[in-house]
Write a protein that binds this ligand. Structure first.
Ligand code: IFM
Length: 762
């Protein structure tokens, strides 16, 4: 089904611009104008209050609540779920003139303009407020989050009267009283409220979640030249009310410097208290925060920018994607993960999925090693929870959750939580990929090997031998979530075989490399040689459903015999299918939700012949309805490889602008953060033709018809490789001059600082 752009924002290469306010796009704009720094995220809501539709969303990575719905007592079905909670609104502001409160849903305003500057990380909003009493006041709101001191953020409000003297009453506070939208409940108990007035005004308040007892201490220093200051302390908020006497054409500024300190685990208690004790001390100012932010983003663009000449929409789109990836995660906090919506909304409950290793990890591996390592570390930190989950599912070892915040399985759709093995094999894939790029032996010894052994133990107890003696997985659900309880899903079996083989190899490598480390890991988890022998047999006998005559991998046993549905003939009104077709009707045919066999062919691209890729692409592509936003990019990458350039561009179509143009009409719920990662892959792996799963790196660039040129960077080990593609030539060089061997259009090249040039090959 064709997706249609809902164009609203102005096109600009470095900015996201909203010119004039349209309430119909209010919540979409809130998502698009979200700011985040991995530690916290805040939607682009109007801080002065708004009576129209809104989501005053303020989130912290790792701050969540839990519920225990009663699902009955089938073993293995989760009876518990965790969700990211809406937390303190640290931007809380109210503004009043002559008894009228500013509220963009009803107030008369002109010259509205909101801009997210991708070079500075600052969100600004300006307009002129024409009050009912005839006053005209120009207002400028600015906000930013520190990318380096992640507890810190700031807000700046500038007021200027355009019509003589005006008294503005402004209230600025910290407010925990917002409800969590999904549960329609407020989930905080507050304490430690304090307000003090001196040279500056300081505010502080602590919120504790009701069940999980996570804490957020929020503090603010308000710098303002005001009079008539009053404190307002309520059960869930603290604020200062101030009067500002504006003279005509003389701007007055109020700065709010915020620190938000979280307590996620008991062992952080002492550090938390230390930080809270000094929270009201001024350690930064607006300008220092701004210049650090500019420096941070400068560095990001220096190393990770993609420049597209001839297509301003995708230029803006891909920069927005890169910006969002760094906002969501950049290696700032060890032990957190990436929710499917990042920190921009409540859909998917803030849960992280296999998306992390399969879609997001490549971005970080080639842009930010620390972030990549932290993501994998999250899986190590939550290994015990995965062990618990394996027991619940009658397995040994570790069964990683399909959806999680703390490491526990949070998905209450039993067929996903119990039947999908791809979160576990994705962890093995992530360890393999990270090792391939960085050869970090310490990581393998300290964390990787233990996870691999535990995943193999699960795979060895979840699978079984058939009557004919083949090994495989029964009653599973592969990446294509329209098929459940299937036997021998090709993706699952292939990934399990890969995990066994890779683990066996690593057991040998680590033992040879550092016997003491090997012994430490294997003794600690009582690994026995006979397990390795069994895994080798399971791998050898793994049932990979493949038909040599057609070169087709069968998605699962019996897939080829399923009734056929011509997906292009499904009436548009039937979408989204989940609302219009019964659940079982979706499942009982050969329609595919998202790539399954084709996903495999992307992850281990070098293992498949061109003939196999072509046959499988042609077979599966037109059965796929791309119900998941993760899907089109995978098809686009493979279409590029097959020289189907038009098709590749059509699939790419909305990848970079999925949220800017609200293609799925659900951006209001939050950004499609993990699809944003897929958009990056779409350019680098698709048009750039990067392949990283074989020996070294290879490039096979193509260029979309309407692009004049494009340039991208691959941060590979200690080097940055610059690639520029035009319709005439490909130019590649390294920035530091460290020699790098790669393959370009199938030929080996030694890269240096001197530009390597070769003719473009379509
Ligand atoms: O993990 C994905 C899944 O593959 C498809 N549905 C959405 C999930 C979160 O993005």
């Amino acid at each position: 089904m064709a997706k249609v752009a809902d164009k609203y924002f102005e096109i600009d290469q470095w900015k996201i611009i909203e010119n004039g306010y349209n309430p119909a796009y209010g919540e979409v704009a809130e998502s698009v104008f979200s700011l985040g720094n991995e530690y916290m995220g805040i939607r682009g809501f109007f801080e002065e209050g708004y009576s129209g539709k809104k989501l005053i969303g303020s989130y912290f990575n790792g701050i969540y609540e839990q519920t225990k719905p009663d699902y009955g007592h089938y073993k293995g079905i989760v009876d518990f779920t965790e969700y990211m909670v809406n937390s303190v609104n640290w931007l809380y502001t109210r503004m009043e003139v002559d008894g009228e409160q500013l509220d963009l849903a009803v107030s008369e305003v002109e010259d509205f303009r909101r801009v997210l500057d991708l070079k500075t990380g600052v969100l600004t909003r300006s307009f002129v407020w024409n009050t009912k009493s005839g006053k005209k006041i120009r207002l400028l709101f600015e906000r930013l989050l520190s990318m380096t001191k992640v507890t810190c953020a700031a807000q700046k409000i500038t007021m200027e009267s355009l019509s003589g003297a005006v008294t503005v009453q402004l209230t600025s506070g910290l407010d925990f009283s917002e409800k969590h939208q999904m549960t329609d409940e407020n989930l905080w108990k507050c304490s430690r409220e304090n307000v003090s007035f001196g040279e500056v005004i300081t505010l502080g308040i602590e919120g504790t979640t009701l069940q999980t007892k996570k804490k957020v201490y929020s503090s603010a220093i308000i710098e303002a030249d005001c009079s008539n200051v009053k404190e307002i302390v309520q059960e869930q908020s603290v604020a200062a009310q101030m009067d500002f006497e504006l003279k005509e054409k003389t701007p007055v500024t109020v700065v709010k410097l915020v620190k938000n300190i979280t307590l996620k685990d008991e062992e952080e208690q002492a550090t938390y208290e230390e930080q809270v004790a000094v929270a009201d001390q001024k350690t930064f100012d607006y300008d220092s925060l701004l210049s650090e932010s500019v420096e941070f983003w400068n560095d990001v663009w220096k190393h990770s920018d993609i420049v597209i000449e001839g297509d301003d929409e995708n230029q803006q789109g891909i920069r927005f994607c890169i910006f969002q990836m760094f906002q969501t995660y950049h290696g700032a906090v060890k032990g957190t993960n990436i929710g499917a919506k990042g920190l921009t909304g409540e859909a998917y409950n803030g849960n992280a999925f296999w998306d992390t290793e399969t879609y997001c990890l490549p971005f970080f591996l080639f842009n930010n090693k620390e972030a990549a390592k932290n993501l994998l570390y999250f899986r190590y930190k939550t290994l015990d929870e995965a062990r618990e989950r394996a027991k619940m599912l009658d397995c040994k070892g570790a069964f990683y959750p399909i959806a999680t915040i703390s490491g526990k399985e949070c998905c209450n759709l039993w067929q996903h939580a119990s039947l999908q093995l791809q979160a576990s094999t994705a962890v093995a894939y992530g360890i393999w990929f990270y090792e391939k790029i960085y050869q970090d032996r310490d990581f393998m010894k300290n964390y990787g090997l233990e996870m691999l052994i535990e995943i193999c133990r699960m795979l060895a107890t979840r699978g079984d031998f058939s009557a004919e003696g083949k090994y495989g997985y029964y009653c599973v659900m592969g990446p294509d979530e329209f098929q459940m309880m299937v036997n021998n899903n090709c993706y699952t079996n292939y990934m399990a075989k890969f995990t066994f083989d890779y683990t066996l190899k690593k057991l040998g490598d680590v033992e040879r490399d550092d016997e003491a480390a090997y012994k430490k890991v294997t003794d600690a988890i009582h690994f026995e040689e006979k397990e390795a022998v069994a895994w080798a047999e399971m791998s050898e006998k793994m049932d990979i459903p493949y038909h040599e005559d057609t070169k087709l991998f069968e998605q699962h046993e019996g897939f080829f015999k399923l009734p056929h549905v011509e997906v292009d003939e499904i009436p548009v009104e039937d979408f989204p299918l989940y609302h219009h077709w019964t659940y079982d009707r979706i499942y009982r045919n050969d329609m595919i939700k998202q790539p399954d066999v084709l996903m495999l062919m992307l992850l281990f691209n070098s293992k498949f012949t061109r003939e196999q890729l072509e046959a499988n692409y042609d077979y599966y592509e037109h059965r796929c309805i791309h119900e998941s936003s993760l899907s089109p990019s995978v098809h686009s990458i493979l279409a590029s490889q097959l020289g189907k350039h038009k098709e590749a561009y059509d699939f790419f179509g909305f990848a970079t602008r999925m949220d800017l143009d609200n293609y799925n009409r659900n951006t209001r719920e939050g950004l499609h953060t993990t699809s944003i990662a897929a958009a990056w892959m779409n350019i680098i792996y698709g048009f750039g033709g990067l392949r990283s799963d074989g020996e070294g790196l290879s490039l096979n660039p193509s260029i979309p018809e309407n692009w004049k040129s494009y340039t991208f960077k691959i941060n590979y080990q200690d080097e940055t490789i610059d690639v520029t593609v035009t319709k005439e030539k490909v130019e590649i060089k390294t920035e530091k001059g460290i020699p790098v061997s790669i393959n370009v259009y199938g030929k080996p090249v030694e890269l240096t600082k001197d530009t390597f040039t070769c003719p473009y090959q379509a």
